[in-house]
Design a protein around this ligand. Structure first.
Ligand code: GRF
Length: 203
């Protein structure tokens, strides 16, 4: 059974979706820590209510090395196998990422490689695409650039605002993020360059 560490900075709805799937047994893993770099993150409160190991590791006003050192030590002490970034608003350094090769997942609210970075839903609306969505990917040393595990497409409607579009994308995030975590927790993926393939014997 894999040990999951979940990193958040805010609302924590993706963390919640993963936690529910762990609780129901759909993801064969245990959550060893929910770590926020912001004390006021709603997700941290939620983690406490769920009786999980909720930790605040501050990043603000602190050298990155310090923050990442504490983060790494915490995750290693808890023997974390898999790290899920779930609305975690800090870019991890290449040095940190190298410590956990192909063991960090992130969710991004666009069909990568379109619209990486901040405000992906707003970028999609402003660009005028008719289809956007969300992507779960492995974290590499770039920003929103690692191998893609799962994606879901969401049409952009004429009447969409950033809020309505984000809400429909979020529904899909809550579906594909737990699914991707399950694939990794069950060791069902195989990485071939940039391609993430399902292992042949996995169906
Ligand atoms: C989500 O839209 C996710 O794709 C992005 O940040 C948002 C986090 O939402 N990376 P939540 O904290 O999981 O509710």
């Amino acid at each position: 059974m894999k040990n999951l560490g979940i990193l958040i900075s805010g609302r924590g709805s993706n963390f919640e979706a993963i936690a529910r799937n762990v609780a129901s047994g759909k993801i064969p893993a245990r959550i060893v820590a929910v770590i926020s770099n912001r004390a006021e993150a709603r997700g941290l409160e939620l983690a406490r209510e769920m009786g999980l190991n909720a930790r605040f590791i501050p990043s603000k006003g602190r050298p990155r090395d310090d923050f990442e050192g504490e983060l790494r030590e915490t995750l290693e002490t808890l023997q974390t196998d898999l790290i899920c970034l779930a609305g975690f608003m800090r870019v991890l350094s290449p040095e940190f990422v190298k410590q956990f090769p192909n063991r960090i997942l992130n969710i991004h609210p666009s069909l990568l490689p379109a619209f990486p970075g901040m405000d992906a839903q707003k970028q999609a609306l402003e660009h005028g695409v008719k289809m956007t969505g969300c992507t779960v990917h492995l974290v590499n040393e770039g920003v929103d650039s690692g191998p893609i595990v799962l994606q879901a497409a969401v049409p952009v409607l004429d009447e969409d605002t950033v809020e309505t579009l984000s809400a429909r994308i979020l529904e899909q995030e809550h579906r594909i993020y737990p699914e991707a975590v399950r694939l990794l927790a069950e060791d069902r993926i195989q990485i071939d360059g940039r391609r993430v393939l399902l292992k042949k014997d996995s169906i």
